[in-house]
Ligand binder design. Structure first.
Ligand code: FAD
Length: 507
């Protein structure tokens, strides 16, 4: 019998627990700081923007960002069985196949190509419209492709792009990504489905070789040389130690590097500053942190009432090239349609029902930041610096995306909707004015990655099989191993990473 500890029952951890405990030769313990979610709002798709800051959100904050007018950004992260799949916006987007070529280049392994991941994407999915060679129909996660529910404004948004020469896509999970589609959503019967609900079914939870420990916050790893001998955690106010043959970290792009750092792994200078003795020097740990942002936004006052969304408010994404004439290949920008007036903090929004927002952003940003502990205790707030908008690449493409959002707002397809542009407002036209607006209006798209990035380079934290370099019996399986962000929301990729790892892992 092999004892496996999975730390973190989030999007990846729940999948791993279900998949690895299917082998009766493994004894699996899944450890989660949060509890089983009980808030009924979690299941209501339209409530997703209002869940942040509730007790099941870790609610991290970044340091002030010079690239966004010195603002501090709240980073929601789920703290409950199912992790961030309790909070996310439910979009199911795989990204572009070439995003995964970057993973192959970084890791040196074809394992992370789009084609190699395709069976794992399909294995996680059950599309409402049925399966084909690109889409799964028998996986645990329901994927709703909206049809009749699509808002009339969103229908006009999609038609407008088609009239401007952009492709109409069925969804964002085919080989083509440039084009517009309604957002496919992790929803069944009008309710959000978390990875905990999808994978930790009553039958899975009844397995004698699976233990799920909730309310258990992991403080640090116990290390003996290059082996993890156990983990120290606090369960209902009591300190405990768990041991295992194999340990898998699925604490997410923030939680995983923080646990490693508290355990004495990381950049020696950073550890010394935090008062943690260095056990293993891994200077790259926590570096390479990056995230998507969205400008919020081109906000319009509407000529006619905007009825509430029947879905989750943000109903369509249009991925496009910088050059609008290029309609194949990898996109560089995105414009989204939100059927409610959504703005960044610091701006006044039109009243609900009187306006809407066109979000805009950059698909593959190049700004890179870092994350560090500031002290030895889990209660010491981390230093999170995504270095937002610090490259000219990102600032330039953000301006392009804003102008593209303005173009659809000004198009004949939206003429029956747009009364006036409230934000940025017609007075702002020069690049300097748009840059200043973007710095104040850009918000997180909630996709931090890469703090334990996989790489072929010895300095990389994880290898192509997601084993942590420098330790014998520890693997990392969550958003932190993504070496470079995919073009769209990353949850589909996180699920495929977990599924691929589980298929190849020999306990
Ligand atoms: P998580 O799901 O965050 O899991 C980590 C788990 O570890 C959590 O349960 C946490 O409580 C636990 N944990 C952490 N530290 C400890 C500790 N010390 N001890 C014990 N347990 C611990 N992606 C999309 O594709 N589409 C979207 O629409 C979308 N929208 C988003 C909206 C929001 C508000 C957020 C927050 C995210 C969104 N995302 C979206 C991103 C996506 O949800 C995440 O990238 C994904 O869920 C990350 O999975 P993970 O397994 O890496 O981490």
């Amino acid at each position: 019998m092999t004892d496996i500890l999975i730390l973190g029952a989030g999007s990846a951890g729940c999948i791993l627990a279900a998949r690895l405990s299917a082998d009766p030769a493994c004894r699996v313990t899944l450890v989660e700081a949060g509890t089983r979610p009980t808030d009924p709002d979690i299941a209501r798709p339209a409530m997703w923007p209002f869940l942040q800051g509730r007790p099941y959100d870790w609610d991290y904050t970044t340091v002030p960002q010079p690239g966004t007018a010195g603002r501090v950004h709240h980073w929601a992260r789920g703290k409950a069985l199912g992790g961030s799949s309790n909070l996310h916006a439910m979009f199911h987007v795989r990204g572009h196949a070439e995003d995964y070529d970057d993973w192959v280049a970084a890791s040196g392994s074809q394992r992370w190509s789009y084609d190699a991941l395709l069976p794992h994407f399909r294995a996680t999915e059950s599309w409402s419209c049925g399966g084909d060679d690109l889409h799964g129909d028998a996986g645990p996660m329901p994927i709703l492709l909206p049809e009749a529910e699509t808002h009339p404004l969103v229908r006009d948004f999609i038609a407008g792009w088609v009239a401007m020469g952009q492709p109409r896509l069925r969804d964002h999970c085919g080989r083509a990504l440039i084009g517009t589609a309604p957002n496919a959503l992790m929803i069944r019967d009008g309710r959000r489905v978390t990875t905990a609900e999808a994978w930790l079914t009553p039958a899975v939870l009844a397995r004698p070789n699976l233990t799920v420990l909730t309310g258990a916050e992991v403080h640090r790893l116990r290390l003996d040389g290059t082996r993890v001998t156990g983990v120290e955690l606090r369960v209902e106010g009591t300190e405990q130690v768990l041991t295992a043959d194999r340990v898998i970290l699925s604490l997410g792009a923030i939680g995983t590097p923080l646990l490693l750092m508290r355990s004495g792994i990381g950049d020696p200078a950073m550890l010394a500053a935090a008062g943690v003795p260095c056990h293993l020097a891994r200077p790259e740990l926590g570096r390479n942190l990056h995230d998507h942002m969205l400008g919020a936004g081109v906000v319009c006052r509407s000529k006619r009432p905007v009825a509430p969304s029947k879905l989750q408010v943000s109903e369509s994404l249009s991925y496009q090239a910088e050059d609008p004439a290029r309609t194949t290949g990898r996109p560089e920008i995105v414009v989204g349609c939100v059927v409610a007036p959504s703005v960044a903090e610091g701006f006044a929004a039109p009243a609900p029902g009187t306006g809407f927002t066109l979000l805009f952003g950059v698909t593959n940003p190049t700004s890179r930041g870092r994350l560090a502990i500031t002290g030895p205790a889990p209660s010491d707030a981390p230093m999170i610096d995504p270095a937002y908008l610090t490259t000219e690449h990102d600032r330039h493409l953000f301006r392009v995306a804003l102008k593209r959002a303005r173009a659809i707002a000004a198009s004949p397809a939206l003429a029956n909707w747009v009364a006036e542009e409230v934000l940025p407002g017609p007075a702002l036209q020069t690049d300097a004015e748009l840059d200043a607006f973007i710095a104040r209006a850009a918000i997180t798209h909630h996709h931090p990655v890469a703090t334990c990035a996989m790489g072929r380079d010895e300095a990389a934290i994880t290898d192509a099989d997601l084993a942590m370099r420098g330790l014998d019996n520890l693997w990392i399986v969550d958003a932190s191993v993504i070496p470079s962000i995919t073009a769209g929301p990353i949850h589909a990729a996180v699920m495929a990473i977990a599924e691929s790892f589980a298929s190849g892992f020999r306990g």
